[in-house]
Write a new protein. Structure first.
Length: 575
């Protein structure tokens, strides 16, 4: 199998990290690699196929001559000499600091320059001595968080965004399904439960006894190292990412039991085994038994049926009340991707998107949407080339003109307006009043105290022009923790005044998270599942937001963009 887009993006991200750690003087070079990684992850074209067909890579957004040459090198050789050179230049211990969540390359560079920190041991020592909090932008709380993260590193394996491994997971699944004698192939574990991150991949296969599927698995060209290999089990590590993948070949009669066992979660499985013991049963990866008599195990449905339950979708299997709800016949009717009638957050070339208004509209229509909100940034976010009131007015006119020319689909006039540090909005009310939808977001001053940050968000919500709060906690998974909020107060306020909170579908955000999404709907808060797309391909990220919502027990009625435009417009105007 050729190099995947995800692998190429990972290489460019690693290169950008190393350049920042080294103190690269040209910020545009670093930004070029990060932008390229972001564009590549959002492409709906396979770069390896484009290279094989000698297509013009420079026609892709933000891919210039130098980046195109590097993509071709990766595809043709499986490596990038530039990355290898910088890996040799950066001390191994310094690169290890990138594993600490919230400690990005810029901070690592400052720690090295100002405190002489070269590795995790240096960092831990400085934190315990209270030296980190003396640096501008760190503080006592940051120092405590870093200590906690260092202590946690030894207790966990490296985790990957689910979206990062999706392309490889599906490619491996497809490859194994084509092998002689193979019947079923499922990627289980936290991947199947749609957790936002995964530590490794568990692949289950049913196959004929003489199948060589295990041999084919370890021979896959993406395998860098074989950890173990047998007829029914094998473990490998993949190139570029270091992701571990485990294969298990199971008999058909045990497939359901094994699938349930290896899907997890561990807490869900323990709870079900406890129920089994109370009924004189035993459940394991081979089946469900009463004494020596096997009662079933070929399907997951058969496992749950033994307890008088319907099948429980993997997204709910976290031991958060799903077994009790199943027994009581009260499992939620979870939202599906097909329930979403439109997308309420996206960007165009007017700010930091890579596609025009027309291109985004055409892509949304092709996905079957009924509407798409164009919500480019306001001018406070200068890094995204945000728009001032005059530019927003011009975009309003452009959208009105587009709608006048088209039928059966509607572009909504919107904005992602910055919430300033005191809770005011970055655009005047008279501009916001001309829009169909106003999405408000925090993009700066993440370190405010809990009181100030909460008041800031509440004041923004109180503006009657605001309909949605985007990525409400501001977290970036593995890179930046949520800012300090009195989240219970925020949820109560949102429910009271009818402001929707977003589940942002960008894989590094997925904000609100699953637990907060459930807490929100339990308080009567309305949600919006939005892509925050910066390209046409990223409109497809809605599937990640929908999965996050399902993990939070969210139903279609809880989500404002499950409504038709007629019903949604009425809801927005009631604000």
């Amino acid at each position: 199998m050729a190099v995947t887009n995800g692998e190429i993006a990972a290489i460019f991200d690693q290169l950008a990290d190393l350049l920042e750690v080294e103190g690269e003087e040209n910020p545009f070079r670093i930004r070029a690699y990060r932008n390229a990684a972001r564009v590549i992850r959002g492409l709906d074209r396979n770069l390896a196929q484009m290279v094989a067909k000698r297509e013009d890579l420079e026609a892709l957004p933000r891919i210039g001559h130098e980046l195109a040459a590097k993509i071709r090198e990766i595809v043709e050789t499986g490596r990038l000499r530039t990355l290898e050179r910088h890996r040799r230049a950066v001390p191994r211990g310094l690169a290890e600091l990138l594993r600490v969540p919230g400690l990005g390359p810029k901070r690592i560079q400052r720690l090295r320059e100002q405190l002489g920190i070269e590795n995790l041991r240096d960092l831990e020592k400085a934190a315990r001595e209270g030296r980190l909090q003396k640096l501008s932008g760190f503080g006592a709380k940051t120092e405590q968080n870093i200590l906690r993260e260092i202590e946690a590193l030894d207790r966990r394996t490296r985790r990957f965004l689910r979206a990062e491994v999706e392309e490889m997971a599906e490619a491996l699944r497809s490859y194994l399904a084509k092998q002689a004698g193979v019947d079923e192939v499922v990627v289980a574990g936290s991947y199947r439960r749609w957790k936002e991150t995964v530590g490794d991949l568990d692949i289950l296969v049913t196959a004929a006894p003489n199948s060589a599927v295990s041999d084919a698995f370890i021979a896959h060209e993406a395998v860098e190292r074989v950890l173990s290999h047998g007829d029914t089990r094998a473990s490998v590590v993949l190139r570029h990412t270091g992701l571990q993948v485990d294969l298990r070949v199971v008999p058909q009669q045990s497939f359901g039991a094994a699938l349930h066992y290896f899907t997890g979660s561990r807490a869900h499985n323990i709870a079900l085994r406890r129920m089994a013991r109370e009924q004189g049963l035993k459940i394991n990866e081979y089946g469900i038994f009463r004494g020596d008599r096997r009662l079933g195990g070929e399907t997951e449905e058969a496992i749950y049926r033994q307890f008088g339950m319907p099948w429980i979708t993997p997204e709910l299997r976290e031991d958060r009340g799903e077994l009790q709800a199943a027994l009581a016949g009260e499992l939620p009717e979870l939202i599906t991707l097909e329930d979403l009638k439109g997308d309420l957050h996206c960007h165009t070339t007017a700010t930091d998107g890579s596609a025009s208004l027309d291109e985004m509209a055409d892509a949304a229509r092709a996905l079957g949407h009924q509407y798409l909100a164009i919500t480019d940034h306001s001018h406070h976010l200068t890094v995204a080339h945000g728009q001032n009131a005059e530019a927003v007015a011009r975009q309003i006119e452009a959208i009105d003109a587009w709608n006048a020319r088209h039928r059966g689909f509607r572009l909504l006039k919107g904005v992602e307006v910055d919430i300033l540090d005191d809770g005011r909005l970055d655009l005047p009310d008279q501009t916001l009043a001309r829009l169909d939808i106003v999405v408000a977001a925090i993009h700066s001053e993440f370190g405010l105290s809990r009181t100030k940050q909460t008041q800031r968000l509440l004041r923004a919500m109180d503006n009657p022009k605001v309909h949605i709060i985007a990525h409400p906690t501001g977290r970036l998974i593995g890179r930046r923790p949520a800012y300090d909020l009195d989240i219970d107060r925020v949820l109560a306020h949102a429910a009271g005044i009818g402001v929707a909170l977003e589940i942002n579908s960008q894989p590094e955000r997925l904000d609100l998270n699953d637990e907060l999404a459930r807490a929100a709907i339990e308080q009567g808060v309305l949600l919006a599942i939005s892509s925050d797309a910066h390209s046409t391909a990223q409109l497809g990220l809605l599937r990640h937001g929908a999965a996050q919502a399902r993990r939070g027990w969210v139903e279609a009625a809880n989500v404002i963009n499950s409504r038709s435009w007629t019903r949604l417009r009425k809801l927005l105007r009631s604000r």
